[in-house]
Design a protein around this ligand. Structure first.
Ligand SMILES: Nc1nc2c(c(=O)[nH]1)N[C@H]1C(S)=C(S)[C@@H](COP(=O)(O)O)O[C@H]1N2
Ligand SMILES: [Mo]
Length: 424
């Protein structure tokens, strides 16, 4: 078995399978995961704030950027993770697989990291297509796995610190030029001694023996692809998939958008994409007809109902704000409507108080949102009645919807029913 594993590693030798490349690709992968973690936490806390948290409302495109970067970095993880696994997977054939309790922790942390990151990026990508072929709630699992990934990554980096330091710069690698490639870190195993102690003739019979004969018959791997070429390909593919999808979030890349789930410029109200249609949300013509009223409730029992015409009779303000979906697409639009804070002043909202915003939609995860004071106090936060010069389309939330700066799209509630003042 020992010899079989050794021979496996030898057969898998190739120039890219070198600690230097494991470090270089690992750095990029680690950076991509940390970017995803930071932007993901920001998005999480915007949607589930810890009481007392305060968020910036400027620049208005802040969330479009952080979420666009989150999804782009997540997409870049696919080629980076595959590249890294290609470089290091001969380590699967280290024998014995575990040398002791500490080694067990090290290898287990890698197993956990690899498994969790594959689940994370695959489910994350499918989420951008709004496809959920699994029985668990996406958001909670995505959030929990983020900690699993970062935790196992920290353990992994801790164990590999000496190796990382050694191969961080090119120098050490240059010294090895012209030397035989290391059989991916045999770690103390003396390769020569190993070959001597187990002569080819000792090969066990059966499957193991056959595999060994097959490996022996395989000519020693020619350097088919250089380290540099492998790295350039990995980075090139990562840059390519990002360039071909990030156009859903970043205008400059929009012409290159080849297979992102959303395309800028397609949708009602002069090309604004729709996330959930009125039909899907079961918003009927009846609900939004002449009988529609927006209920606004204060905390002291002051209740007011606003008809569409009453809202139109209030001072109207215009503002350019993006819809920035948590799934990564975003697009700028021009909105017009009533300032939320002026509406809430009519029911006696006091400084520092927040609001709970509820849609007429009866089911659906985005039918309700909470807004804290700093968003309400911002002049640009509107109960929007018009979009890009026209009355709101049914699919964009007619008769009225919320639009606020630097907020996740999921909180920009459509088809407003009730707005209540809350304590914070
Ligand atoms: N009532 C309600 N409002 C909603 C949603 C919803 O499903 N129901 N979807 C939200 C999500 S996830 C996004 S990204 C934005 C999209 O707005 P749009 O469809 O007008 O582009 O609306 C938000 N408002
Ligand atoms: Mo969204």
């Amino acid at each position: 078995m020992r010899r079989l594993m050794y021979e496996m590693r030898r057969a898998l030798q190739s120039p890219p399978r070198h600690p230097r490349l494991a470090v270089v690709v690992g750095r990029l992968l680690g950076a991509a995961f940390l970017v995803c973690f930071g932007t993901g936490l920001y998005s999480h806390f915007l949607q589930n704030p810890i009481p007392g948290m305060v968020f910036p409302t400027s620049p208005v495109v802040l969330y479009s950027w952080t979420q666009g970067i989150h999804v782009a970095a997540g997409i870049a993880c696919f080629p980076l993770l595959l590249g890294k696994l290609y470089v290091v997977y001969p380590r699967l054939f280290v024998f014995p697989p575990v040398r002791g309790p500490i080694d067990l922790v090290e290898r287990a942390s890698i197993a956990v990291f690899v498994a969790a990151s594959i689940v994370q990026i695959v489910t994350g990508l499918l989420n951008t297509y709004e496809w959920y072929p699994w029985p668990f709630p996406f958001r909670q699992v995505h959030y929990a796995l983020a900690y699993v990934i970062v935790g196992s990554l920290v353990i992994h980096i801790g164990f590999k610190l000496p190796l990382i330091a050694e191969y961080w710069t090119k120098h050490r690698t240059a010294d090895e030029e012209g030397q035989p490639l290391p059989v991916m870190e045999t770690e103390g195993e003396d390769a020569g001694a190993l070959r001597d102690t187990v002569a080819p003739g000792d090969a066990p019979r059966g499957l193991t023996g056959r595999v060994l004969r097959w490996i022996d018959a395989t000519p020693d791997a020619e350097p088919r692809v250089s380290r540099r070429a492998f790295f350039a390909t990995t980075v090139g593919v990562a840059a390519g998939v990002v360039a071909l999808t990030a156009g859903q979030s970043f205008r400059v890349l929009a012409p290159l958008n080849a297979f992102a789930p959303r395309t800028m410029g397609i949708g009602p109200n002069r090309g604004l994409p729709v996330n959930r249609t009125a039909a899907a949300a079961r918003i009927t013509e009846d609900l939004v007809g002449d009988g529609w009223r927006l209920a606004v409730r204060g905390r002291d029992g002051v209740d007011r109902l606003f008809s569409y015409d009453q809202l139109l009779a209030m001072p109207q303000h215009g503002v350019d704000l993006p819809i920035a979906c948590v799934e990564g697409w975003s697009q700028m639009a021009t909105w017009r409507g009533v300032r939320l804070k002026e509406l809430l002043a009519a029911v006696g909202r006091r400084p520092g108080e927040g609001a709970r915003i509820t849609s007429m939609e009866v089911r659906g995860s985005s039918r309700r949102s909470e807004m804290s004071a700093q968003f309400i106090d911002d002049d640009r936060t509107l109960v929007a009645l018009r979009l890009n010069g026209d009355v709101l389309d049914m699919d964009h939330g007619y008769p009225a919807r919320i639009i606020a700066p630097a907020r996740p799209g999921a909180l920009q509630t459509k088809w407003l029913g009730t707005i209540e003042v809350t304590r914070s």
